[in-house]
Design a protein around this ligand. Structure first.
Ligand code: TTP
Length: 400
């Protein structure tokens, strides 16, 4: 069966991490989200993969080319972003009878694919205690309706993985624009279920969706808990590694460093001397965490440096950033209330008491910069020594 991956969204809520890359290329545990999907597809025996690309889509095509671990890949360009239904309709150019359709911004295991493949028309469902921000699957064995954002609900929700016969395209063509002005795939499914059986396939494995940047921290935590581990690299004397600590080839962990797993460290990094890395941290390739720097439950992407006397907690640091000596990140409000941030001009409660900074790529801070809770810093920003920053720092800006 052909897999059709929807990877053309703009991921605006993920700013600043989507400043420089499409959302499917954001790394989860040092591997782009879409690569986890490609791996699951190949492991489940899928041989034809089509990827719908749009925003910054060239990066996806350049990275994966025309084959991946034996599967053939091709790309379709979505000219205009008109909604998920419109996105799925681009698959109609292929002659296949049936399609496996997947959102390109989710993490799931191979069993999600193998569970659903045998069906004719089916939607994958995953259980959520708090289902109100998802599409609730109404029905028992057969789907009766996907109901969006039902307050105080729990149950199986739409996991963004579907199998549909090509007849679904006719239903998408009949969908009217939703209140937010988009052609919604779920509207087409709700019409389709009135005339066809659509199975609800329950999936019990790990399923992680990432809508806002801080969801990447939650997804990382869940992923690291299940991760299997290898220690490559070089570990000097007087290093303490507690619990599950995965270390990539060419990485050097220097004396006096204390690491509490689960922690994942990529290739060719320099850690220490005397660094402290706390649970649920992921460090990419070619990073440096230096003397007296502490990193807690954070993601440090490829090529970034946290080199001297830094504290980074509950934060995402993009690629190729450099923190000046003594730059520190606050991750807890004094009143310990939930941290709220502005996303697309609206205040959003992150639901987290602890959140540090979300930093795009190529950000540089001078010495002793103080970054307040929930600060979002656009890519290529430069922050002068001693600055105190909070709120939103625009892409490419200079802060004095
Ligand atoms: P959404 O989460 O609705 O959109 P998005 O990823 O652009 O995020 P944001 O709201 O932050 O801007 O998309 C669900 C999936 O469908 C996701 O994998 C992206 C994909 N998609 C397309 O490929 N084309 C589209 O036109 C839309 C709306 C989504």
């Amino acid at each position: 069966m052909r897999a059709f991956i929807l990877a053309a969204g703009e991921g605006t809520r993920m700013w600043p991490l989507t400043d420089t890359r499409p959302k499917p290329l954001i790394p989860l545990a040092n591997k782009p989200i879409i690569e986890h999907i490609l791996d699951a597809l190949v492991e489940a025996g899928i041989e034809k993969i089509s990827i719908l690309i749009g925003y910054e889509g060239r990066q996806i095509a350049e990275r994966y080319g025309y084959s991946y671990k034996g599967a053939k890949i091709d790309y379709v360009y979505q000219n205009e972003r008109r909604g998920t239904g419109d996105a799925v309709l681009y698959a109609s150019k292929y002659n296949d009878e049936k399609f496996l359709i997947l959102n390109g911004d989710l993490y799931f295991e191979k069993s999600a694919i193998s569970d659903i493949l045998g069906h004719d028309n089916a939607v994958l469902g995953v259980y959520k205690d708090n289902a109100e921000s998802y599409g609730l699957l109404i029905g028992d064995e057969n789907l009766e309706e996907i109901r969006e954002k039902v307050p105080s609900s729990s149950g199986l929700v739409n996991a963004g993985v579907y199998v549909f016969h090509r007849e679904i395209f006719e239903y998408i063509k009949r969908v009217e624009l939703s209140p937010r002005g988009e052609i919604e795939f779920t509207d087409a499914i709700n019409m389709f279920v009135k005339e066809h059986d659509v199975k609800i396939v329950k999936y019990n494995g790990l399923w992680l969706d990432i809508g806002y940047p801080w969801h990447l921290l939650d997804a990382t935590k869940a992923y690291l808990e299940k991760m299997k581990c290898e220690i490559g690299g070089e570990v000097e004397e007087n290093v303490v590694l507690k619990g599950k600590v995965c270390i990539g080839e060419g990485t050097k962990i220097m004396s006096g460093t204390y690491i509490e797993g689960p922690v994942l460290i990529g290739k060719n990094c320099k850690i220490g001397p005397n660094a402290y890395i706390r649970p649920y941290t992921v460090i990419g390739d070619d990073c440096h965490i230096g003397n007296s720097s502490e990193v807690k439950a954070s993601i440090i992407m490829n090529g970034s440096k946290v080199p001297h006397f830094n504290y980074v907690g509950d934060s995402v640091i993009g690629e190729n950033c450099n923190l000046g000596a003594g730059t520190k990140v606050a991750n807890l409000r004094l009143d310990e209330k939930n941290i709220r941030v502005v996303v697309k001009d609206k205040i959003v409660d992150t639901g987290r008491r602890k959140l540090g900074v979300i930093m795009g790529d190529y950000v540089h801070t001078g010495i002793n910069v103080s970054i307040d809770v929930g600060t979002m810093i656009g890519s290529y920003a430069a922050i002068a020594p001693g600055a105190k920053i909070k709120g939103i720092v625009s892409t490419r800006s200079r802060v004095f």
